[in-house]
Design a protein around this ligand. Structure first.
Ligand code: PHE
Length: 347
C-alpha cells in the first residue's frame, strides 16, 4: 500500500467507526458525548488536520479535501440523528400524553349574586315593569333632607326614631332612610309628575342590635302627580307583593304614623316561613311588616316644590332584608351577613 492509500484507508475507517458509534446513540446525552468524541478537538478527524504538516507536500491537498469531506459527512450524520431523535421524542409525547377531548372538564367553581342583591334586582325589575325609574340619591345627607324637609323640624321628637351617625361637619349625617331622596327627586323634577324608586344603603345607630343591623338596604318608592290616590298606593303594593312573593301572597295595610306621610300605613305580607301559623320571624303573628307607606304629607310636597292643592303623591320605604327572608323562606335574618357559603350556595 502506498502512503496515500494508507492515509485514505485511515480516514475511511475513522468515518466508518464514527457512524457505527452513532447508530448506537439513544439519548441526548449520548449524542453530545458522541459529538465530543468524533468531532471534538481531540477527535480522530481533527487529529488528521493537525498532523497535516507531517505529510508529504503533494499529499496534503487531497488529504485535506478528504478529511474535510469526512468531517462534513459526520456533521451531516449528527444533524440527521438529532432531528430523528427529536421527531421520535415528539411522537412518543403525542402518544403517551394523548389528549382526550371527550373527557369531562374540571368543574369551575362559580360565584353567584348574594340573595340580597338578587332580590334588589328583582325589585328594580318589577317596578321597572310598572313604569318606575331608578333615581340615585346620596348616602351622606344633611340634617335638612333627612329630617326637616320630611316634616321633622329640629327638636321634633320623631327624630328619635331615626337616631344616626353624625359627621364632624355640622348638619351632615349618614341617612337613616332613603326618604330624603324624595325631596331630591321632587326638587329636580317639579312640577313634572314623578314615578321613581330610590334603592340604597341606610344607616342607623342601633345600640341593642347586632352590628349587621347598623347598615341595611332600603328601596324608596315615590309617585307624585295630579289626583294620585291611596287606592293606587294599595294597588301598586299588592301587585308588587304578588310579583315578588308569588300569586298566593297575602297582604294587609295597618294604620301607622310617619311624620312625612298622611295618612300612613304599614304593609305586611303573610309569613311564608310558618305559613301564617306563627314563628320567631313573624313574632308569632303570622304577618311580617316589609314596608312603611302613606300619602306624601303636604309639608313634604311643598318642600319638594309641588303645590299640595294641585298635586298629591304616595311614598313607601321597604327593607330589602325582610323581603328577602320572605321570598326565600329564610328563618333568620342574621344569615345574610355571616358569609357562610353553605348558606349562600342555596340561592
Ligand atoms: N322612611 C321610613 C322608614 O325608614 C319608611 C317610609 C318611607 C314610610 C316612605 C312612609 C313613606 O321607616
Amino acid at each position: 500500500m502506498t502512503d496515500k492509500e494508507t492515509h485514505l484507508a485511515n480516514l475511511e475507517q475513522i468515518q466508518k467507526d464514527a457512524l457505527a458509534a452513532l447508530a448506537d446513540v439513544a439519548d441526548a446525552d449520548a449524542l453530545e458525548a458522541w459529538r465530543v468524541a468524533h468531532l471534538g478537538r481531540s477527535s480522530a478527524v481533527m487529529g488528521v488536520f493537525s498532523s497535516m504538516g507531517t505529510l508529504d507536500k503533494e499529499l496534503r491537498p487531497l488529504m485535506g479535501k478528504t478529511a474535510n469531506e469526512v468531517r462534513q459527512a459526520l456533521e451531516g450524520a449528527l444533524e440527521e440523528k438529532r432531528q430523528l431523535m427529536e421527531a421520535d421524542a415528539l411522537k412518543q409525547a403525542l402518544e403517551t400524553e394523548k389528549l382526550d377531548v371527550t373527557l369531562p372538564g374540571r368543574p369551575v367553581t362559580r360565584g353567584r349574586l348574594h340573595p340580597l342583591t338578587q332580590v334588589l334586582r328583582r325589585i328594580i325589575q318589577i317596578f321597572g315593569d310598572m313604569g318606575f325609574q331608578v333615581y340615585p340619591s346620596p348616602e351622606v345627607e344633611t340634617d335638612d333632607y333627612n329630617f326637616t324637609y320630611l316634616n321633622m323640624p329640629p327638636y321634633h321628637p320623631a327624630r328619635d326614631m331615626w337616631d344616626t351617625f353624625y359627621t364632624k361637619q355640622e348638619g351632615v349625617l349618614l341617612r337613616t332612610h332613603t326618604s330624603p331622596g324624595q325631596i331630591r327627586v321632587m326638587r329636580a323634577r317639579a312640577p313634572e309628575p314623578i314615578r321613581v324608586i330610590l334603592p340604597g344603603a341606610t344607616m342607623r345607630y342601633e345600640q341593642l342590635s347586632a352590628r349587621s343591623e347598623i347598615e341595611f338596604a332600603q328601596v324608596e318608592v315615590l309617585v307624585v302627580g295630579e289626583r294620585v290616590s291611596f287606592a293606587e298606593l294599595k294597588g301598586t303594593l299588592d301587585d308588587f307583593a304578588r310579583r315578588l312573593f308569588g300569586e298566593e301572597a297575602r297582604t294587609r295595610l295597618r294604620p301607622s304614623h310617619f311624620p312625612f306621610t298622611e295618612p300612613s300605613a304599614e304593609f305586611d305580607v303573610g309569613c311564608f316561613v310558618c305559613e301564617g301559623e306563627g314563628c320567631p320571624v313573624c313574632k308569632e303573628t303570622g304577618w311580617l311588616e316589609i314596608l312603611g307607606c302613606g300619602m306624601v304629607h303636604p309639608v313634604v310636597l311643598e318642600y319638594g316644590g309641588y303645590d299640595p292643592a294641585v298635586y298629591s303623591g304616595f311614598a313607601a320605604g321597604m327593607g330589602i332584608d325582610r323581603s328577602t327572608l320572605m321570598r326565600y323562606r329564610i328563618d333568620d335574618i342574621r344569615h345574610f351577613r355571616n358569609n357562610d357559603v353553605r348558606f349562600l350556595r342555596q340561592f
